[in-house]
Design a protein around this ligand. Structure first.
Ligand code: SF4
Ligand code: SF4
Length: 209
């Protein structure tokens, strides 16, 4: 296997977990419960294929360009592709293919499932790191934004705008970020400096600078 970076590369992606499917002997990389890539191992634990998903036209194009890209082994051959792990597919191309596979599988989920799989709220908060999570607060994704600090019976203004009104997965793609709503939703115990740092950190978690 020449792509020794692959495991680290995939596990660095947000929400990705891996397991071993013991019957097939595949290392599966999953977002939520859905597999988006796999390393197929032989009985000696040696990789013989890397399976990943591509748009059908792209998969078809690449299969004609590279003899080491084949229709998906033991998979739906329209959407899935198998790459020989010791072949001639360039590293950068394989990274792009894996990125595409991740994006396709994530994009096939409902927005609610995406937020749950990514383990992050629409404002970049990771509720599981909060001491109130699971006790006083059910969590943003789980409660539909109706967390303990939201207006009574209503969703938090960020959740209401991003998820309910604009139907986004998160604020990540919004050109207004960080908007006035973000600036108005704050923990009163935070100093100005802490709040600025919190905005910066949450934007970073959403992939924005
Ligand atoms: S600030 Fe609003 S959107 Fe962000 S985690 Fe809390 S409730 Fe959810
Ligand atoms: S306007 Fe603000 S709260 Fe609404 S989606 Fe954009 S960044 Fe998020």
């Amino acid at each position: 296997m020449r792509y020794l970076w692959m495991d680290d590369y995939l596990l660095e992606k947000r929400g990705v977990t891996k397991d071993l499917q013991p019957v097939w002997n595949w290392i599966r990389y999953k977002i939520g419960e859905k597999m988006f890539a796999a390393i197929c191992l032989d009985s000696d634990g040696k990789p013989y294929y890397i399976n990943l998903k591509l748009r059908p036209e792209e998969g078809d194009f690449l299969r004609h360009q590279y003899p080491d890209i084949l229709p998906g082994y033991y998979s739906d051959k329209v959407h899935w592709n198998s790459v020989r792990p010791d072949g001639q597919v360039p590293d950068e191309l394989l990274k792009e293919m894996l990125d595409e596979s991740y994006a396709l599988v994530l994009g096939s989920m409902s927005k609610k499932q995406q937020r749950a799989a990514l383990g992050i709220s629409c404002c970049g908060t990771e509720c599981k790191t909060c001491p109130f999570y699971g006790g006083q607060c059910a969590g943003c994704n789980e409660s539909g934004g109706k967390v303990f600090h939201a207006p009574a019976g209503k969703a938090c203004p960020i959740y209401a705008c991003s998820v309910q009104k604009r139907r986004y997965v998160s604020c990540a793609g919004c050109s207004a970020l960080p908007c006035e709503i973000w600036k108005s939703v704050r923990d009163p115990a935070m100093s100005e400096q802490q709040f600025e740092a919190s905005i910066h950190e949450r934007m970073k978690k959403l992939g924005r600078k």
